[in-house]
Structures are given as structure tokens and as C-alpha cells.
Design a protein around this ligand. Structure first.
Ligand code: PMP
Length: 350
């Protein structure tokens, strides 16, 4: 007998590459090119405070988010990026023997948490044009999770269809992962359904629209009972997930709505312009409601473009996976960066 027989074996999630070189155009991990609000940059961190433990409930940040979203603070759960919040939600809510459901093409961390926590899964296929079909989510299941907009496709599921999935599954928790929702048209978020459905958990992040991926802040909003269940699990695992800088800088970001609107607006405008450029160059682009686009060229294989671009210091994301291995996921950077990318593509697609 060896200790090796009792190891929890998992195939870990592979994050996008973080190149060491400077002067690259980094469009492979959906970071935001504009940086956090000046309020965050001007925030004074009291370094003496690092000596003491933070508030385990992170109440300053919870209260700021509750006020921002017009919910009760007892409806807000915060964590170390939305990965932490999602992992905690899987551990808390997906405990039956029935399989949880998520799309075949989606955020590739879901199957990893499922394996880690030994949750059975079923993965209904997206339609040919990468839509989630709500009627696929009527099977008997132990829970449902999907991103909206979906990743890596960037496609938005209209709110009525999100609601169809939630209302068809009243006996399990439905997690809507809204990592990219701030780049979608107003009125797309399932937050408006939280009061109506006690089985709905909406997950958000500061990594994309608030440009704070390096700090690691995520949160979930749901009815009080759901949030209390997550808190009980969190306090049974690690009471101090939110460190002091995250709480302080997170609050500063939430306080600057003008900057948030300005930068998310700029990214969506650049996305529309860049989508047209790609289309003119012979790409099929899935309509995007996120800060990235998912595109496939009519004749040149995606992997070839990916490798050539990388050689020039332009980083895209490429998934060598069935159904999507001829697509590139390209994060929207500044206008200037996207102009360089469009020129590169123009010169290299023959
Ligand atoms: N959900 C989706 C759909 C994502 O693409 C990502 C980014 N990798 C996350 C959640 C996690 O983001 P973070 O942990 O930075 O909040």
C-alpha cells in the first residue's frame, strides 16, 4: 500500500499564458486594457493594517456591493475572484447523486470543480451556432451552471431564456456566471430575477469590467438563505478569504461608476468596430456581448493564425478542442492595439 493510492487525483484547469516579455499585445485572458479607476490608484493603503486579520465578513465591500445593486447585504457573498466564489458554490449546492448540467462548450473550470468535488455531470451540446437551448435543461439534474454571456463563445442568452432555465429547475440551484455581463446590453442580467427565484445565484467578478484581475475579487448575489449556506461552507474552510487591500480597493472601484461606464462603453465600441474589421477580412464572428470575440476564418486554420500572431508578440487564446478548434478567442484591447491586430491579420491572411 502506498500513499499514492489515496491521493485525490484531478486534471487541473489550465489558465491562459502570462508571457514574461514586455511589449506584447496580450489578448489571451480577457483582461481590461484601461486599468482600474483613479480612485483605486489614489487609495491610501494603511500598511500597519496588514499586521491584523481582515474583517472575515468583508462588510465594507459587502455593503458597498449591496448598495450598488440595491439588495440587502445578507444577499451578497464575496470571494477571491469569481473562481473562488464558483468553487465554493459547487461545494455548497451541488451535493446530490444526480448530474449537474452545463453546456458542452463553456468555461473549462466547471468540469474541473466537478471532478474535484466528485459531482457527476452532463453536458448538453450547444446548437450548431453556439446557442444554449433552454429545453436541454429540463432533464432531471442536481444543479445547473452556465456563463452568460457564454465563454469562450461570447454569445448572450436572452434574459427570457435564462428565466426559462431557472423556472424549469425549482428544486436545484441554478448558477448564472455573469463574468462578462457588464459588456452586454443593459437589462441582460439575471440580477433582476433574484427576488423572484430562491434557487438563483448570480456570480460576478472585478477581473474584467473593473480591470482588477490581479487583485482577485468576485461575488455572488442570491436570496439570503442561499448566501447563508455559502457562508457556512466558507467559514468551515477559510474565514479570511478577502484580504485588506482587496476590501479597500474593491470599495474604491465600486464608488466610481462614471469611470466604470466610460471604460466598459469604450470596450464595447471597440468590439463593434473590430468585429466589422474581422468580418471584412473573411472571419465569421459569433455576435459578442463580452470583452472578447470568438471568430473563425473562412479558409485559414485558426491554429495557424494563432501561431503566427504569437511569433509577432500578439497573444490570442486557442482551444484545441472538438467543435471549436478552428476558432480564435480575441480579447478586446485599446483601439490602438486592435488596429495593430487588424493590420497584422490583413497582411497575413493570404
Ligand atoms: N467565469 C468565467 C466564464 C470566466 O471566463 C472567468 C475567467 N477565467 C471566470 C469566471 C473567473 O474569473 P475571476 O476568477 O478572475 O473572477
Amino acid at each position: 500500500m502506498s500513499w499514492k493510492e489515496n491521493v485525490r487525483q484531478v486534471e487541473p484547469y489550465t489558465p491562459g499564458e502570462q508571457p514574461k516579455e514586455q511589449n506584447v499585445i496580450k489578448l489571451n485572458t480577457n483582461e481590461n486594457p484601461y486599468g482600474p479607476s483613479e480612485r483605486v490608484q489614489n487609495c491610501i493603503m494603511d500598511y500597519d493594517l496588514l499586521r491584523k486579520y481582515p474583517d472575515p465578513a468583508a462588510l465594507d465591500l459587502v455593503n458597498a456591493l449591496a448598495e450598488y445593486h440595491h439588495v440587502d447585504p445578507a444577499q451578497v457573498f464575496v470571494g477571491v475572484g469569481s473562481d473562488d466564489v464558483l468553487g465554493m458554490a459547487f461545494l455548497t449546492f451541488f451535493n446530490s447523486d444526480r448530474p449537474i448540467l452545463f453546456p458542452d462548450i463553456t468555461y473549462s473550470f466547471y468540469p474541473v470543480w466537478a471532478e474535484l468535488y466528485r459531482i457527476p455531470t452532463r453536458t448538453p451540446a450547444l446548437t450548431e451556432d453556439f446557442r444554449i437551448d433552454p429545453s436541454d435543461y429540463r432533464l432531471e439534474n442536481g444543479g445547473v451552471v452556465f456563463p452568460n454571456p457564454n465563454a469562450p463563445t461570447a454569445r448572450l442568452l436572452p434574459l427570457e431564456e435564462v428565466e426559462q432555465i431557472i423556472s424549469a429547475n425549482p428544486d436545484v440551484v441554478v448558477i448564472v456566471d455573469e463574468a462578462y455581463i457588464d459588456f452586454a446590453p443593459e437589462g441582460s442580467s439575471a440580477l433582476s430575477l433574484v427576488d423572484k427565484y430562491d434557487n438563483l445565484l448570480v456570480v460576478r467578478t472585478f477581473s474584467k469590467s473593473r480591470s482588477m484581475a490581479g487583485l482577485r475579487i468576485g461575488y455572488a448575489i442570491g436570496q439570503k438563505e442561499l448566501i447563508a449556506c455559502m457562508q457556512a461552507v466558507k467559514y468551515s474552510y477559510n474565514s479570511y478569504t478577502m484580504n485588506r487591500p482587496s476590501i479597500l480597493y474593491g470599495c474604491a472601484s465600486v464608488a466610481d461608476d462614471a469611470y466604470f461606464r466610460e471604460t466598459t462603453g469604450k470596450i464595447t465600441a471597440t468590439r463593434e468596430w473590430f468585429t466589422k474589421e474581422l468580418t471584412d477580412l473573411g472571419f465569421q464572428v459569433i455576435p459578442s456581448a463580452a470583452n472578447f470575440v470568438f471568430a473563425s476564418h473562412g479558409t485559414i486554420p485558426a491554429e495557424e493564425i494563432f501561431i503566427k500572431a504569437r511569433e509577432r508578440g500578439i497573444f490570442f487564446r486557442y482551444f484545441k478542442q472538438p467543435r471549436i478548434d478552428n476558432y480564435l478567442r480575441i480579447t478586446i484591447g485599446t483601439d490602438e492595439e486592435m488596429r495593430v491586430v487588424a493590420d497584422f491579420l490583413k497582411n497575413n491572411l493570404t
